[in-house]
Design a protein around this ligand. Structure first.
Ligand code: MG
Ligand code: ZN
Length: 365
C-alpha cells in the first residue's frame, strides 16, 4: 500500500514537472526578430466590431498570449500618441506631445536605436506621414510632435534600413529649403516616391526610403488598396537578410482617425487592413521560427461602444456609438506570438513593452 502510494506520488511529480517543463523550454527561446505592430487608437471594441461583422476568421484569432497595457502618460491619465509611442519605444512615461524625449526634454534611446547599435536591421512602416507621432517616437527626439521638419531631419542621424509611409513634403518642401531626399540618396538609400515604384521594386544593395504621399497615405475607403499588408511583407523580406536579426515597427495609423471622426466604417476598414498586415507578420513568424510578433495600441480613441437590441426578437442590430471625439483612458490589449510571447500576459504599464523587448533581445541599455 505504501509502495503503491509512493509510485503514484512519483509519477504525479514526473507528470507535473514534465508538463511545466515543456512549455517553458518551448517559449524561453530568444527571438532574433521582433515585429511590433501598433494599431493607433485600437481598443477592444474596435477589434470586436471587425470580428462581429467579418464573415472570415481574423488573424487576431491566431494569438495565444494576450495581456493589457495601461496607457497613461506622465502628464495625463489620457495619453496622446506621442507619449504613448515614446513609452513603448523608450520605456519611460513622458508628457503628451513628447517625441523620444523624457519629461526634462532630454533624448532617450529608443528600441530601434538599440537594435541599430547591436547590429540588427531596422524598419518603420506606417499609413500616415512617417514623421507623425507614432513612427517618429521610434527614431526622433523632439520636444513637440508638431515639429515635423525637425523630425524628418532626425531620420538622417540614424542608419535605419527601411522606412515606408507618407510625408514627402517634410523631406523636400522644407522651410530651410534643404532637400533631404537628396541627402538620403547620398546616404545610400533608394528613395521611392510612388506606390508604383514600391510594387515594382527590384532589390538593390541599398537602404530604402519610401515616401509615397506629400502628407498621409489615402484611407482604405479612398483607395489605399493593400499597401499595408504588402509593405509589411516587403519589409520582413528585406530586413531578414541581416543574420543578426531585425526590429520592425508597423503602424495601422488611421484606426485612430476613424475614432476621432466617430466613423465606425472608417475604423472597420482600417482595422481589417491592419488585420491583413498582422496575417503577413504571423505567416513570416510561422516560417521563420525566431520572430516575435507583438500587436498593441497606444490608446483607445472615441470611447467606442456597440449597443443594439438584445430584447427585440425581430432585430439583431449593432449600433456603433462614441462618447468622445478624442482619446480615452481605457487599457488596451497586447497580443503576442512567437518566442517570448508568454512574457506578455497580465496587466502592465505600456513602458513594460519596451522592457520586455530589451530583455528578449538581450540588449544592455
Ligand atoms: Mg499614430
Ligand atoms: Zn489620436
Amino acid at each position: 500500500m505504501k509502495r503503491k502510494f509512493t509510485i503514484v506520488l512519483c509519477s504525479l511529480i514526473i507528470v507535473i514537472s514534465v508538463s511545466s517543463f515543456v512549455p517553458r523550454k518551448k517559449f524561453d527561446a530568444r527571438p532574433t526578430n521582433i515585429i511590433l505592430m501598433i494599431g493607433d487608437g485600437m481598443g477592444l471594441t474596435q477589434i470586436s466590431y471587425s470580428l462581429l461583422t467579418s464573415t472570415q476568421k481574423m488573424n487576431f484569432e491566431r494569438f495565444n498570449y494576450i495581456g493589457f497595457s495601461r496607457t497613461s502618460s506622465s502628464s495625463h491619465r489620457i495619453t496622446d500618441s506621442a507619449a504613448g509611442a515614446t513609452a513603448i519605444s523608450c520605456g519611460k512615461k513622458t508628457y503628451n506631445g513628447a517625441i523620444g524625449v523624457f519629461t526634462n526634454k532630454q533624448p532617450m534611446t529608443t528600441i530601434l536605436e538599440l537594435a541599430e547599435k547591436n547590429g540588427l536591421a531596422t524598419g518603420l512602416v506606417a499609413t500616415c506621414d512617417i514623421t507623425h507621432a507614432t513612427p517618429a517616437a521610434f527614431i526622433a527626439h523632439q520636444p513637440s510632435r508638431n515639429m515635423y521638419e525637425a523630425i524628418a531631419k532626425d531620420f538622417m542621424a540614424t542608419d535605419i534600413d527601411l522606412f515606408l509611409g507618407g510625408g514627402l513634403d517634410n523631406f523636400n518642401k522644407r522651410k530651410d529649403t534643404e532637400d533631404l531626399t537628396r541627402q538620403l540618396r547620398i546616404r545610400n538609400y533608394d528613395v521611392l516616391t510612388s506606390l508604383e515604384e514600391l510594387w515594382n521594386y527590384e532589390p538593390t544593395k541599398k537602404k530604402i526610403a519610401g515616401l509615397f504621399a506629400p502628407k498621409h497615405l489615402a484611407k482604405m475607403q479612398e483607395g489605399r488598396a493593400d499597401y499595408l499588408p504588402f509593405a509589411t511583407n516587403f519589409a520582413t523580406d528585406y530586413l531578414k537578410k541581416n543574420k543578426k536579426g531585425f526590429f520592425l515597427m508597423v503602424e495601422g495609423s488611421q484606426i485612430d482617425w476613424g475614432g476621432h471622426d466617430n466613423d465606425a466604417e472608417y475604423i472597420r476598414r482600417e482595422l481589417n487592413d491592419f488585420d491583413l498586415a498582422i496575417g503577413k507578420a504571423l505567416d513570416f513568424a510561422d516560417l521563420n521560427g525566431n520572430t516575435l510578433v507583438i500587436v498593441t495600441a497606444d490608446h483607445e480613441t472615441g470611447g467606442f461602444a456597440l449597443s443594439g437590441n438584445e430584447d427585440d426578437k425581430t432585430k439583431d442590430d449593432l449600433e456603433p456609438k462614441f462618447i468622445t471625439k478624442n482619446h480615452t483612458a481605457t487599457m488596451v490589449p497586447v497580443f503576442a506570438y512567437g518566442p517570448g510571447a508568454d512574457k506578455f500576459t497580465g496587466i502592465y504599464q505600456n513602458t513594460a513593452i519596451f522592457e520586455k523587448m530589451v530583455e528578449l533581445f538581450r540588449f544592455s541599455k
